[in-house]
Write a protein that binds this ligand. Structure first.
Ligand code: SAM
Length: 236
């Protein structure tokens, strides 16, 4: 936790918060903070700054907060990814959030196990937990949005054209002829396949809507690894 994320409900007076949950435990056990120490804090959806420890009791932490700096710039990449197994999804959401992604689309595809759609990890509060961990890691405050596309054909024919109206579309596909470009500043929609890869018909549908297939070299990477490699490569 490189940043303590605050919510409006934490404020007990202007510039003063009281924390009682895992943030209190973290400040006590990891920061080993004492009254007078300054901690990095940020308001969800708002600015970042400093929280001076006023008191640290067994069950409550009180901070005097000054927020004056903007959060880091967001990534230009919207990430559309075939729904991975739950542990991969947790890693992917945390890591891509830490790298600045502000919009996720989790989509179905032929090689996505249908049972993954029943996972508790897709509940809004479970998704938010992973996003918050990514924000805390990267000292960011802006929560990404997550949407679910349970039908691939609907995603490809209806959602994707709207997304590509305002962004360049890239499909990460190991068999693509074109290597993935580097350092792009324009808005991008990056589409990443399931563990077994997209089937040829799916690649055709995505390309028919204007997405460009790109590869990352001969190494077949796990989805969460490919996402990090792609985001790092595409960042300007
Ligand atoms: N056998 C599958 C295939 O050939 O597509 C491998 C799928 S890979 C484990 C899972 C996803 O990560 C792929 O669908 C792709 O989106 C992305 N990926 C992994 N390695 C890649 C690479 N070298 N180039 C491009 N995309 C890659």
């Amino acid at each position: 936790m490189n940043l303590i994320l605050l919510e409006e409900g934490d404020f007990v007076a202007p510039g003063r918060v009281r924390l009682r949950d895992r943030r209190l435990e973290h400040v006590r056990a990891i920061h080993r903070a004492r009254p007078g120490d300054d901690l990095r804090v940020g308001l969800i959806g708002g600015q970042i700054g400093t929280g001076r420890v006023l008191s640290l009791e067994r069950d409550v932490l009180e901070l005097e907060v000054q927020l004056s700096e903007p959060p880091p710039a967001p990534s230009a990449v919207r990430l559309a990814v075939a729904l991975p197994r739950p542990p991969s999804l947790r890693k992917l959401l945390q890591q891509a959030t830490a790298l600045g992604v502000k919009e996720f689309v989790l989509l179905h595809s032929e090689r996505v196990e249908k049972s993954y759609w029943q996972s508790h990890g897709l509940a809004p509060e479970a998704l938010q937990r992973q996003l918050v961990l990514g924000l805390e890691q990267a000292r960011d405050t802006i929560l990404p949005r997550v949407s679910l596309e349970r039908r691939f054909a609907r995603f490809a024919r209806e959602t994707l054209p709207a997304l590509l109206a305002g962004s360049r579309g890239l499909v990460a596909h190991p068999e693509a002829e074109q290597v993935c470009p580097r350092a792009l500043a324009e808005p991008l929609t990056l589409i990443v396949g399931p563990e077994g890869g997209f089937v040829p018909r799916e690649i055709e549908l995505l390309c028919a809507e204007g997405a460009e297939p790109v590869h990352l070299g001969p190494r077949l990477l796990r989805v969460e690894t490919a996402v990090v490699a792609l985001l790092a490569r595409l960042a300007p």
